[in-house]
Every structure is written in C-alpha cells, then in structure tokens.
Design a protein around this ligand. Structure first.
Ligand SMILES: Nc1ncnc2c1ncn2[C@@H]1O[C@H](COP(=O)(O)OP(=O)(O)OP(=O)(O)O)[C@@H](O)[C@H]1O
Length: 305
C-alpha cells in the first residue's frame, strides 16, 4: 500500500504537487491520470525518495522508501525508459542492478524471458527501439519480484500487441496481490488497464475512485437517434422535456438527453415517425476525464501565445 498524506512539492512559485492525500491499494491496478504537467512524475519521484517533498509524507507499506534496505526487492519502478546507458547490453544492465540490490542473478534471464527480450538481451541497448526500452524498463522493475510496482507512462512507444501484453501483465501482477500504480495522460490507455483511478490536475486531487464510478461522473447517458424526419421528431422530443442536440456531423442524427431509448421509440411510433437508428451512448470515460480536467490543462491548443 502506498500512502500519500498532504503531499506537496513546490518549485519556486510553482506548485507541482498540491496537498495530495491518496492511498494506493494492493491487489489492484490503479491508474494515475492527469494532463501533461499535472505533477504525476513529480509524485512518483517523491514516492521513490528521488525528490524531497516540500511538505507532507509518503510511505510504502508504512515506511519511507529510502528507509527500506531492500530497495528493488520492495518497490520496482520504471520512470523513464530512455534514461539508460546505451552502450551496455540488457543483460549487463540488469546484472548490475541485481548485484547492487542483492538479487539472485538467475532473475536476469527470468525477467528478460518474461518481457520478451531473451533473444535481444546481449545486444547494445543503444540499438533498441522505444518499445524494447520500455520492455527492458519493465524487466528492471520486475527484477526484485517486488510487492509494489510504479510505472510512469509505460505504454509510450508500444505497438498494439505490446500494449495488450503490458495490460495483461499489470492485471496478473495485481491478481498476485501486488500494488500496481501506473501513470498516463491518456484516459484511453487506462480504460482497459486500470480498475481504480487517481486523477490529478495542477497537482491537486480531482478523483480517487473506481473506473465505473468515474465514468458515472461524466455526461449524462445520451441516446443517439437517426430519423429521416429529424426535425419533426426533435420537436416532439423537446415537447416531452428532452434536451435535443443536432449531431452536425451525422446527417439526420440527434443526440437526446433526458429520455430513455424505449420512451423515444414509443414516441416515434405513436407519431408515425420512422427511426433509422436508436442507440444509448455509454457515458464516455474520455469525456468525463476531459470535463473534469478542463480547468487544469496547462497548455491547451488555441491558447493565446
Ligand atoms: N525540477 C523542476 N523544476 C521546476 N519545475 C519543475 C521541475 N520538475 C517539474 N516541474 C514542474 O512541475 C509541474 C509538474 O511536472 P511533472 O513532470 O510532475 O508532470 P507530469 O504530470 O508528469 O507531466 P507529463 O505528463 O507531461 O510527464 C510542471 O509544471 C513542471 O514544469
């Protein structure tokens, strides 16, 4: 379990992390989401004792990371897959990590197998693709077989097969009872990866809940209706109290809020209006994320320069 209590980090006038209080539980994959520059990396670095908090505390299973003599055996982390010595091979890199953390050397072969780098293990890291570096970073995090794992944007640079593989691995690690905390600035990456979400904006907590609860915060469920006589139908639905928006992109499409699909179908039938399509739209996680973090986006497109 990772516990952040009133955790704050300031750089001069800039508050990178703002009184963050969060508990990251074991046995589940927790997504750590926020727009670019919202303080995710700074938080992960404070968890690992690489940055000192301005105030507040962070503990892992009750102790500060730097007070743990077992290091990589307790917490495995991938912070920046590119930040690695390109002249060495993956085997040499992992062996040096193993030796300095008193991890048996047989783990090197095991983790390289696990991440699919067994063949490339003796090649220079400098020649690796970003996806291979991500895999190597994940191997390093797994080396000490730790109960707590932190990953900063681990899906960056992975192809769709790689993304699926990482997702399945995170879920397996969580099922084994470990704490898996994964940052991303993209909801689409977390949607099929995490079970819980911690969402921050400008360093402050916006949400800490299950994915299902988070999606309910988003826009109300809407119903998409397509009908040749869209204008007539829109008038009927509005008279029934619905909020109707024209979906400008789809000819004849209406987005209806405030009525169920069943009720819309019934009203159309009673008024002899033919429907071409009637579909309930699930509240989109992406939309909920965009709405909740809109005020916290630091560099939006189209902003005054
Ligand atoms: N060493 C530093 N000195 C000054 N400001 C910093 C430093 N490190 C981070 N910041 C600032 O703190 C804020 C949070 O940065 P951080 O890298 O933690 O965000 P992030 O959520 O990880 O972003 P991204 O998704 O872009 O990686 C940013 O505004 C950043 O410019």
């Amino acid at each position: 379990m990772i516990e952040l209590t009133d955790l704050t980090k300031r750089y001069g006038d800039k508050t990178a992390v703002d009184h963050l209080t969060v508990t990251v539980r074991s046995g589940t994959v927790t997504g750590f989401l926020g727009p670019n520059g919202s303080g995710k990396s700074t938080t992960l670095r404070m968890i690992l004792g690489l940055n000192a908090p301005t105030s507040g505390t962070v503990t892992i299973d009750g102790r500060r990371f730097i007070d743990r003599p077992r290091g990589l055996r307790h917490v495995g982390a991938l912070l920046d897959a590119q930040d690695i010595h390109g002249g060495r091979s993956a085997v040499a890199h992992l062996k040096s990590l193993a030796v300095s953390n008193r991890i048996p050397l047989r783990r090197v072969g095991e983790v390289l197998d696990e991440v699919g780098l067994a063949e490339a293990g003796r090649k220079r890291i400098g020649g690796y693709s970003l996806g291979m570096k991500q895999r190597l970073g994940i191997a390093g995090a797994l080396l000490g077989d730790p109960p707590v794992l932190l990953f900063d944007e681990p899906l960056n640079g992975l192809d769709p097969e790689g993304v699926r593989w990482v997702r399945e691995m995170f879920q397996r690690l969580a099922k084994e009872g470990r704490t898996v905390f994964v940052s991303s600035h993209l909801m689409s990456e977390m949607e099929h990866t995490a079970e819980r979400l911690v969402v921050i904006g400008r360093g402050a907590l916006i949400a800490d809940e299950t994915l299902a609860d988070f999606s309910r915060r988003g826009s109300k469920a809407a119903v998409l209706v397509r009908a040749p006589e869209a204008a007539a139908l829109a008038a009927i639905l509005t008279a029934e109290g619905a909020e109707v928006e024209d979906a400008a992109t789809a000819a004849g499409g209406l987005t209806v809020l405030g009525l169920t699909a069943a009720r819309i179908g019934e009203l159309a039938w009673r008024n002899d209006i033919m429907l071409a399509e009637l579909a309930t739209q699930n509240a989109s996680l992406e939309k909920a994320f965009m709405e909740l973090t809109a005020d916290a986006v630091e560099y939006a497109a189209g902003e005054a320069r």
